[in-house]
Design a protein around this ligand. Structure first.
Ligand code: 5GP
Length: 125
């Protein structure tokens, strides 16, 4: 079920619990701004999620509210994770779902990194 991204941030969402170490994850990267871990239900040979450490429901409030330093740190972390995974050579896809129409299910901003094969059309037709 997609979430309503206009609701206040829920500090008990699953990614908040992963950030607090209450729920395990298969971590691939962490710095002061971001945490990256393998998706529990991968949809490509490489499917990693990158989340900011701050409490943001999705791209909309992150873009509007986050300090410039947090935005820069998060964007740099996404690039660093993709390079660390060896995806920068053949390429990869980034995706961030927002709210109902985006099909967002977890109400903490996350960018999906997909790679490891040619990914085909951008959207299901
Ligand atoms: P969304 O649809 O919100 O963009 O994507 C949420 C993603 O989080 C899905 O791809 C789903 O498989 C992943 N996910 C949900 N719960 C967990 C979890 O507990 N651990 C991990 N690693 N991934 C999760």
């Amino acid at each position: 079920m997609p979430i309503d991204h206009r609701l206040p941030y829920d500090p008990d969402n699953i990614f908040a619990r992963i950030l607090r170490g209450e729920v395990p994850c298969n971590k691939v990267y962490e710095d002061g701004h971001a945490l990256a871990f393998h998706d529990i239900a991968p949809q490509a040979p490489v499917h990693v999620l990158v989340i900011p450490k701050g409490a943001y429901v999705g791209w909309d409030d992150f873009a509007a509210r986050a300090p410039a330093e947090a935005i820069a740190g998060f964007v740099r972390a996404v690039g660093a994770v993709a390079r660390q995974l060896g995806l920068d050579g053949e390429g990869y896809r980034l995706l961030s779902n927002l709210g109902h129409d985006g099909g967002q299910e977890v109400p903490h901003l996350h960018v999906h990194i997909f790679g490891g094969r040619a990914l085909g059309p951008m959207l299901a037709r």
